[in-house]
Design a binder for this molecule. Sequence first.
Ligand code: 13P
Length: 249
Amino acid sequence: MRRKLAAGNWKMNGTLADLGELDSLAETHPTPGVDILVCPPATLISAAAARAGKGPIQIGGQDCHHADQGALTGDVSALMLADAGAHAVILGHSERREGHGETSEEVRAKAKTAQAASLMTVICLGESLGQREATNTLDIIGAQLSLSVPDSSNGENLVIAYEPIWAIGSGLTPSPDQIGEVHDFIRARLEKRFGAGVGRSVRLLYGGSVKPDNAAEIFAVSNVDGALVGGASLRAADFSPIITALESA
Ligand code: 13P
């Protein structure tokens, strides 16, 4: 029912010279059994979208402002991302929540505008190590989920990425049971809020140190519909086996 999604977040990495990675991915996966999304830095979106063309890879942004336009130096709007060829945008990544003081309310405002601009929103949630050790992971995730997700969401325009902050870029991953507990919880919450039909159609990604060698184990977990991959999405040689693992999950 839910088409799986392999999403790459290049973060602040990549210049024009790196777009050849998209060609390699498209050559290796000409008719993929899963959706493939690559989110390069904003400077590369136009060129990446042109390069990806009508092929198997879609392009997304990593953030947007909640306004459509205005005197907002340095910001980029959802309309601008869509105009540049983006199909999606990552919102509420922990690197923005922590590094830029973004609140869940702001994430919701951004998501609302992005969905109105016909972008698919990939909304990120995740607990810190301290929060997990204090065993209130589900409280944190539940609060982030209810505050960050706008009412305009549905199975087409919303994807949730569960990214434990302590797993990002650390080489650490939660156990399959820990991932499953959070994903099952998110699924139940979405079904309660949006009804079973919509709640079951939203894709749930896991993110945080997903690599070719741990991808299959993670993709076998219940309610894991794909991954949001950071470091291992930068090179087709690393991202491609993750896509293949998802295709056979
Ligand atoms: P890593 O895969 O590098 O741990 O990053 C995960 C992430 O933050 C994706 O958004």
